[in-house]
Design a protein. Structure first.
Length: 546
């Protein structure tokens, strides 16, 4: 935990994960759930994009995050509570991964500690930590333990225990979908492939024999499926209307965010062990825009070289040789895991401009909600570690007994190659508090507001396009949740159909606002511009609203 959180810790908890844009959007959504719990807001409608309803569906829902965050808000301001929320989920992930390996799989405490450590400090997760929704991967080992428990209880004829576990797993997955879609959807995709391969490897292929093998478990399966169908209703109510409205992502939105071959080991130029590879590669691609499309940004999700080699050789031993050592015959369950890992990974790979992901996009329900396919590599960290440990743990324990210094050096390298000088902790708590706490609350007559400028002086955020979209809109989102006064501004994965609030310095910004206000018959609209001596201005009523 110290390794992962060294950025926030060394800053005295001034720096939090995220940036001026996505970081404030996430905190705004967490504040929304706090308002829901206090009875100030409807659960599905945020304080931004007023007067649209069901606006939670334009972005990840952050449901479970919101519950944990609301607890920390009893003791901390929004920015510190956000960091403590991530700390909570990383802690859950560490101990859940440890218990999965040591207890559920029975592979011993040393193997469990190794998996939990690498799972927690994985290079890609550290670099992409600014995308707070990714930390929900902490629930993956929890889901795996529940699934293993259900299967074992079924086999032991402990039907009640199996069915309770199935209901718990259904509830977890539904809550996970309502929190962060990417990792939940990746879990479903991976699980479907795993079940497919396990069925081929372990189940009788003749229909009658297959039906006979499944029949004793039909009741438990049905209870799990029906429970999930019930628990997922809030998710469907929230997101299906927005999917129909926006159409989701198109396939060509995925193209620049699929896995290039070099992304398989892309740990970025700041990695302490392998960064030189990517500094050299970047030198060969001097164009910044081209570099971002090829190796920078979201592309930095790969596995360090040594671990990558171990993953491939472990998968080869399990899938092709069907042996993890003389005392470790490969079970169908382990072989199905390795097959699901390799096959699903290959689906994300882009070669010569083409990718098998097109088939996933066309055939898999919900695939249009995924844009950054590269994040699948972050999901694969835990399955990959399980494959490596399954294949090599006997040899590792033997080497630890006979050549402890060699094994110690290897383990040190496996840990060291995960470490990077890059940090996603970019959001300064003190800077944001100074700026946002200085803004006076809107006047009593204000029933909704919009922002021209929420800060007097501020450097450009990113480049001109980002600067025209983010600062004023995300400030408005945060302030709306803080004051419980809605704003017509906002910026999200998807925006309402007539959203037109980019570039507040443009000459036509006020006319765009006026058109929107008239179309939606808004009353009591006020304007915030912190550059003015009187920041708040009540706008005249539009015709037909009085």
């Amino acid at each position: 935990m110290l390794l992962f959180f060294r950025g926030p810790i060394l800053s005295g908890f001034d720096l939090g994960y995220g940036d001026r844009g996505d970081g404030l959007i996430e905190i705004s959504l967490l504040e929304h759930w706090r308002n829901v719990l206090t009875g100030a807001s409807h659960w599905a409608t945020t304080g931004y994009f007023y007067p649209y309803a069901g606006t939670l569906g334009y972005n990840d829902g952050y449901f479970l995050y919101g519950l944990v965050y609301s607890f920390w808000r009893l003791f901390a301001d929004p920015f510190l509570a956000d960091t403590l929320n991530i700390f909570t989920f990383k802690t859950i992930g560490f101990f859940a991964a440890y218990r999965l390996v040591s207890r559920s799989l029975g592979w011993g405490h040393r193997s469990a500690l190794f998996v939990a450590l690498i799972f927690t400090i994985a290079s890609g997760m550290v670099i992409q930590a600014g995308h707070a929704q990714l930390h929900i991967i902490a629930l993956l080992p929890v889901a795996m333990m529940l699934m293993i428990g259900v299967v074992r209880a079924e086999r032991a004829e402990q039907k009640a225990r199996a069915r309770i576990g199935a209901v718990a797993l259904a509830a977890l997955l539904a809550a996970w979908l309502m929190t962060a879609y990417y990792m939940a959807w990746f879990t479903v995709l991976f699980s479907a492939l795993y079940v497919l391969f396990y069925g081929i490897l372990a189940m009788p292929l003749k229909p009658r024999a297959f039906a006979g093998a499944v029949r004793p478990h039909i009741a438990t399966i049905a209870i799990g499926v029906v429970s999930f169908a019930v628990f997922i209703v809030p998710f469907l109510v929230t997101y299906l209307p927005k999917k129909w409205e926006t159409g989701g992502h198109h396939y060509f939105d995925h193209v620049y965010n699929q896995v290039n071959p070099i992304d398989l080991i892309n740990v970025g130029p700041d990695n302490y062990v392998w960064g030189w590879i990517f500094r050299l590669f970047r030198a060969l691609v001097p164009n910044t825009g081209a570099a971002e499309r090829i190796i920078d940004g979201e592309h930095v999700t790969g596995f360090p070289v040594l671990l990558f080699i171990l993953i491939l050789t472990a998968a080869w031993r399990i899938i092709v040789r069907r042996s993890a050592g003389p005392e470790q015959p490969v079970s169908p369950a382990l072989r199905a895991l390795a097959l699901a890992l390799i096959v699903s990974w290959l689906l994300t790979l882009k070669l010569f401009g083409h990718s098998l992901w097109y088939l996933v996009f066309r055939l898999a329900p919900g695939a249009s909600g995924i844009r950054v396919v590269l994040r699948y590599q972050l999901f694969l960290v835990l399955p990959a570690l399980l494959v490596v440990v399954a294949a090599y743990r006997a040899q590792a324990h033997r080497l630890l007994r006979t050549r402890s210094f060699v094994m110690g050096g290897l383990l040190a390298l496996l840990v060291g190659e995960q470490l990077t000088g890059a940090s996603a902790a970019l959001l300064s708590r003190s800077v944001q508090r100074t700026a946002l706490w200085a803004i006076p609350a809107p006047p009593p007559a204000c029933r909704a507001f919009y922002v021209v400028a929420a800060r007097k002086f501020e450097p450009m955020f990113g480049h001109e396009v980002l600067n025209s979209l983010y600062p004023h809109n995300v400030d408005a989102m945060f302030l709306a949740e803080r004051w419980n006064v809605p704003t017509i501004n906002g910026f999200s994965t998807f925006n309402p159909p007539d959203w037109a609030f980019a570039n507040p310095q443009a000459a036509d910004y006020e006319s765009r606002v006026a058109t929107y206000a008239q179309r939606h018959r808004l009353q009591g609209l006020c304007r915030l511009d912190m550059r003015q001596a009187e920041p708040w201005t009540m706008m005249p009523e539009t015709p037909g609203t009085s």
